[in-house]
Design a protein around this ligand. Sequence first.
Ligand SMILES: [Zn+2]
Length: 439
Amino acid sequence: MTKNTFDLEQQLLSDYDSKLTAEGVSGERLAHRLGILSKIGLTEDQGSRRSGFSQEEREAKNWIVKWMEEAGMQVREDGAGNIIGRLDGKHPDKPVIMSGSHVDTVPNGGHFDGTIGVLSALEVAQSWKETGYAPEKPLEIVAFTDEEGSRFNGGLTGSEAMMGDTDIEAMQTKKDFDGRTFEEVINDVGLSVEGFKSAGRPHSDIESYVEVHIEQGKRLEKEQLPCGIVTGIAGPYWLRLTFKGQAGHAGNTPMTDRQDALVAAGHFIHNISHLPQKINDSAVATVGNIEVKPNGTNVIPGEVIVYVDIRDIYEDTRQQLIDAIIQTAEDISKSWAITLTCETVHNVPPVPIKKKLQDKLEKAMQGKGIRPYYLPSGAGHDAMIVGQHVPSAMIFVRSKDGISHNPAEWSDLSDCVQAVHILKDYIESCQSHQITYQN
Ligand SMILES: [Zn+2]
């Protein structure tokens, strides 16, 4: 199929179980909307390219505004370009239930990552309009700006701005893939540095946040389930370890008289691959970046820098893993007569999801005859940022072959619509009493 004949809507509808169109929720409308968004930034490989702060992201947001208005929402845009649709409910003075995600994509990404979260929430608002349901509490739907961060090698920009977490000075030092500054880029889409500073809002405005997202893994596929309940979002912790030995001639230095930093680093990388599973099921550690100095074929490596990405959904088990990794590096360095230095270069705390919110999702799943299944989120999402300040929950939708950030990214429409029904029942179950961090 060429780019011109690409028709996501038709593909989605081809095996859709139309009985799922019910209670004001429409799979046909969801497919139509996914189809419209898929054409914005469509690549040669039928993937999506809608970088943060691009005209394509702006165009996708314009559609979201239109659909929010169709659902009877009041729409505004904050200083960071986050699009916010609001339904007042019976008690407009109460803190809001918020739901959403993002509409930007990685270069040559897929058509479900992010969009499905925004469109699912819109489907809930639209269903309420059609069935005449009036919520007790205000509902706000958000399309967050620049979640993927492909332009400035960062991400989560819009959710950070709304939570008041933006380090604006650091942002202003960044250059994008075309060498342009943050300020130049955001000016192009009608945003300003001053606006970014003003985007922060009191956390007490928001009672709780919920996000539907594709799983980007294979657990739900293995379990043959359309969707699942996220138990927590693993925060990334990056360690930079420098193994310092002695560079020397590869020919003239006997094997018994070497301080080879790469041999030590190699042992380290191998040994830590066994540690996470001893500590926790959801813990992971990855070495994906090393620097070897001087990096010559005939030179014994004198210095090796190893970056370790460490994640878990619980702070205490993640800390146990960090400690065990550092201990391993120290032990190995000692036995190879290598000097070790160790620095933390990035640290986002994990976001555990409150049991009470998971229970509500479990009830919603049981109500729809779906076996409740729990799984962690290894990747970061807007919920990871909002969840630092506001009780947050996530629903994952099955991803075909676990593929994401790729044109082949796929979730069946029936799975997406089942997630919408869970989201709807969940948000309705949040109307009767207040969720706080304490309860
Ligand atoms: Zn995403």
